[in-house]
Design a protein around this ligand. Structure first.
Ligand SMILES: [Zn+2]
Length: 298
């Protein structure tokens, strides 16, 4: 008999019970860790990212603007749109931009089974490879509005991405071009952020009328340059990202339950003791509860 619990704050464990005895247990997943898989540029650069294309009307216009401004972008495409517009997907690649995976048909993935989620990313990976010859390295979850792993569901999906050698790419500046149908409002929205401390700017080249994005983009690029910032693609901050992941993996194995806090060693030391006590208390109680269930009843 196998019992799993997802109620515990400190992660998910699996107990194997045979003939009323716990014969084995294992940790299935670790608690949230906000630094996992988070890609960051340094303070001298940002990346321009475009979601939901390729689109036959707006993607070519955006590609022209990027050419004129001599910068490269990152395009998170859906498999469905690459099937419809293979020529435009090929233009993205031939002009030296990064093509990345944004699922097959842009579903909400939160409650999706592992199999469905894998089908979404794998089919899109296959289509992009077949059409462009490029195997994407980056993935963005549709409707993602956070730059951290908030719960066990997020962690589950990020672990699947890791298994498929895909790097999760979070944006930290939302141009809100999906909502603001006005070029000046989009410009103001982007420039209201502290771009020196930002990494990935989110725009859309597909999914709807993106004429406001097209109109806003030149001024946004000019402003980024006038702030002394470079526009780079995710490839230029990959090494940093991989380092972060490796650190996380190391901390998982070192601490046993993967808690890493940025702060002084002393804070970390006391926090770890506190967490161990919390863990022992709850896990102990939980094991006792489980055992009680299987005690013979009078
Ligand atoms: Zn999207």
């Amino acid at each position: 008999m196998i019992i799993s619990s997802s109620k515990l704050v400190a992660g998910k464990r699996k107990l194997i019970i045979e003939k009323n005895y716990i014969t084995n247990w294992s940790i299935e997943s670790f608690p949230k860790n906000p630094r996992l898989l988070s890609a960051k540029a340094d303070q001298t650069s940002v990346a321009l990212t475009f979601d939901d294309g390729p689109d036959p009307v707006y993607t070519p216009q955006i590609l022209d603007i990027l050419d004129q401004k001599k910068v490269k972008g990152v395009f998170f495409v859906t498999g469905e749109n690459v099937e419809k517009y293979p020529d435009i997907a090929n233009q993205i690649v031939s002009k030296g931009h990064i093509i990345a995976n944004h699922t097959y048909d842009h579903p909400r993935t939160y409650a999706m089974s592992d199999q469905e989620f894998i089908a979404q990313i794998q089919s899109t990976q296959n289509i992009i490879e077949k059409v462009t010859g490029v195997s994407p390295k980056y993935f963005r979850i549709p409707y993602s509005d956070s730059s951290s792993i908030e719960n066990i569901e997020d962690l589950r999906r990020y672990k699947i991405l890791e298994k498929h050698n895909l790097q999760a790419a979070h944006y930290d500046v939302d141009s809100k071009d999906w909502e603001l149908n006005d070029p000046q409002k989009i410009i103001d929205m982007v420039l209201s952020h502290d771009l020196k401390n930002s990494s990935q700017l989110l725009f859309h080249d597909g999914g709807s009328d993106r004429s406001s994005t097209v109109k806003a983009l030149p001024a946004i690029i000019d402003n980024i340059h006038s702030q002394g910032l470079k526009i780079i693609t995710l490839d230029q901050f990959t090494s940093k990202t991989e380092q972060t992941i490796n650190q996380e993996k190391k901390s998982f194995s070192q601490l046993g339950f993967g808690i890493q806090i940025i702060g002084s060693k002393i804070i970390r030391y006391y926090l770890n003791i506190f967490l161990i006590l919390v863990f022992v208390r709850y896990f102990g109680l939980w094991v006792l509860n489980i055992i009680t269930i299987f005690l013979p009843k009078k």
